[in-house]
Structures are given as structure tokens and as C-alpha cells.
Write a protein of this length. Sequence first.
Length: 162
Amino acid sequence: MQVNIVINGQEVTEEIEPRMLLVHFIRDQAGLTGTHWGCDTSNCGTCVVLIDGEPVKSCTTLAAMTSGHQVTTVEGMEVDGVLDPVQEGFMQCHGLQCGFCTPGMMLTARALLDQNPDPSEHEIREAISGQICRCTGYSSIVRSIRWAAENGTPVSLEGASS
């Protein structure tokens, strides 16, 4: 079957097997390897991407289900060489160690901050509760997300008028 998916602002049209998972489409068809594939059971959250701005685990989402939708991967967070404040926060506050869970954490954080620009520590921890980090103990991740909340507007929203 043919799918048309807008990934990071670029339309991607491909012929795929109807049962192809979105994580495989992103990595193998679109060539974007920032989306990681971890547990294949929707437990770890390393594969999180945004579909129309909502965090979704791409290891249990069929690519066909996203035809006609906007998909954002970690590669789509920086714009014109400028990091998203979430990416900057992870760098400033050492929100990663091995980096395997980081793309999914960052996208979940971006979705949270888009809905709630000033979340409490509890709200941050609740938002990332569907993701497993085996390295950091989450404190540095929470600090990174707070840094982003306090220090920036996403590049894609700068200059936008209401």
C-alpha cells in the first residue's frame, strides 16, 4: 500500500507492507535513525515520536495509520541549526548518559511543554513515566525539562503571532 507521511516537514511517499511499524518506516524507509527501537512492546518509550504533536510509541503504531499526518522525530526538533530548548536543556543539565532513551524523552518533553509551558516537577515526572531510562535516575532529565521551560521558546514558534 502507498502511504504519504509528512516527517519533520518533508513529505515522504512510499509503498509499504500494510503491517509495517512506524519505527521501521522512519528508520528504514525515511533513513532517520534518531528514533530508537528498544523493547518492541511499548514498554520502554525509546521509540516515541510526535504524531500531530502528540507523543506516540512508534514500535506499536502502524505506518499506515499515520498516512496524511505530521510526524516529528528528534531530527526535526532543531531548526536551521538552532537546537530546541529541550535539546539545549538536555545538554546544559546533562540529561543523558548513554543516550538511548534521549530522543523519546526529548519528544515527550516537547509535547508536555507545548501543552503546559510551566510544568511542576510532578507533572514532568508524570509525563515521562511511560519511558524507561536505565542510566540517569531521572533527576537530570527532570532538571533538563525544567531548564527548557524556564529558558526558551521552540525555534518553530519564534516570531509567531497570536
